[in-house]
Design a protein. Sequence first.
Length: 183
Amino acid sequence: MMSIDSSTGFALELSGYTVKRLEPNDEEVLQRLYEECADFAYLTDGHPPSPSAAREEFLALPEGKTLQDKFMFGLFDAHNVLVGLIEAIRHYPDDSSWWVGLMMLAPQQRGKGLGSQFYRAFERWVSTHKVQQVMLAVIEENEQGFLFWKKIGFEVTRKTPPREFGNKTHTLYVMKRTLDATT
């Protein structure tokens, strides 16, 4: 079994890919991924990602959380190009949960099972931190994202009232996946 320093990344048993924890000095490579994933920005906000989207992602926190609670993991291909991101907040919304605020994959990496493997590796890492569940929210319009999360075992816990995101208004599905000792 691989030993990975949890401060820098987690093990991904997939040849040609590595995971590392992103830091603010990775803003430029993250911004490129945001721009590559402009389809997601249009879906959620109705406009392309802002030139400061990556910087804003590093600083975005829910109320009561600090930057020490925020974890951003980048998925890099064999050429050390950032092709994916998982952003999560520990102990949110409660001490037994982690919240996935964002998961993105570059368009050319989608539909190959890479997202599932990336998420599963993240979940294995999170499970070592005495977590009982992972939670997230998916906008109702994001049918592919919703189906992705359902396929890997997330269940809808509630539907939110409509909220504004950029130029659009969305209802969210709040979802959770309970972790067990065999995760």
